[in-house]
Design a protein around this ligand. Structure first.
Ligand code: HEC
Length: 274
């Protein structure tokens, strides 16, 4: 009897503290939402804009063994044309004979035009917390910002583009790795969250449209800009999968799939994330 009532008391205490924690989480979440709102009301307060500026300078500055700038890089709308190029990516590039997202394309241009070694560039491409996004990421932020306000309009009409979307969809739903997780374990239902982090329903066009166009985004908790390749890398890491290489077929396919689901959604890059 005594043991049972102790157990009951303990059980109630757990319930009470759990609901207190939930209430507190809701308050914290509201606080974060208010903070985000304040930052959004003053668009110039997004530190990611500094990286977009740095990216623009890098794009225009001669560099690499060939001392060439990226101004002749063709992002799909002709050499040097940046405005609106991101809105139509990922896309197929005949010169590389493959589908590329913005980062993969910039990497390709850095290798072909500037003579940099792509293998070196993808060895440690993402910054640790508090460190600024690397050059490639800054350039991607600049290029994406030049499509801000436009709608995602990648066509995915060519066979290789369709293949990329199909592969991305398969990978999104395929369970794998030591936890037996898939992307869909965390991103295929509304209203899920891990601690304070909302998990958007990325296989749903309404929710995907709200968030996908915000990448690259300044992530407040890491104090740096995070690109979409980095985001996918990090989620694969959460699944304890082998490290996903920047520009790999798998990451490009996943980004193609996400972009396809978000098709028609507005681009608001660089976005701002918690
Ligand atoms: C274990 C759960 C988990 C799995 C599995 C997972 N993610 Fe995530 N994902 C997260 C978390 C946590 C965040 C960050 C949310 C935040 O910062 O508020 C996130 C964020 C994202 C975002 C940004 C969403 C936004 O709000 O803009 C994208 C895109 C994304 N994940 C894609 C993927 C892809 C693609 C996969 C599969 C390769 C995947 N995720 C697998 C937990 C997961």
């Amino acid at each position: 009897m005594r043991t049972r009532s102790i157990l009951r008391a303990a059980f109630c205490a757990v319930i009470v503290s759990a609901s207190a924690a939930i209430a507190q989480d809701t308050d914290t979440e509201k606080g974060i939402e208010k903070y985000r709102q304040m930052l959004k009301e003053d668009p110039w307060s997004n530190p990611g804009l500094l990286d977009a500026d740095r990216g623009e300078t890098l794009w225009r500055t001669a560099g690499g063994p060939r001392k060439a700038s990226l101004e002749t890089c063709d992002l799909g709308k002709g050499p040097g044309k940046v405005d609106g190029a991101f809105a139509e990516m990922p896309r197929y590039f005949a010169d590389a004979d493959r589908v590329m997202d913005v980062e993969t394309r910039i990497l390709w241009c850095m290798e072909k035009i500037q003579g940099l070694n792509a293998a070196d560039l993808v060895k440690k491409p993402y910054p640790g917390g508090g460190r600024p996004v690397g050059d490639l990421g800054a350039i991607a932020t600049y290029v994406a910002s030049k499509s801000s306000g436009m709608k995602y309009s990648a066509k995915f009409a060519l066979a290789k583009e369709k293949d990329a979307v199909a592969l991305g969809e398969t990978l999104f739903f395929r369970r794998s790795g030591p936890f037996d997780f898939s992307c869909s374990t965390c991103h295929a239902a509304s209203g899920l969250r891990i601690r304070l982090q909302g998990l958007p329903f990325l296989a749903d066009s309404k929710e995907a449209k709200e968030v996908v166009g915000e990448w690259p985004a300044y992530r407040v908790s890491n104090a740096h800009v995070m690109t979409m390749q980095h985001r996918v890398y990090d989620c694969y890491w959460q699944m304890r999968m082998p490290e996903a290489r920047l520009g790999s077929e798998a990451t490009v396919a996943l980004i193609s799939y996400l972009t396809k689901v978000a098709s028609g959604g507005e681009i608001a890059a660089p976005g701002l994330k918690r």
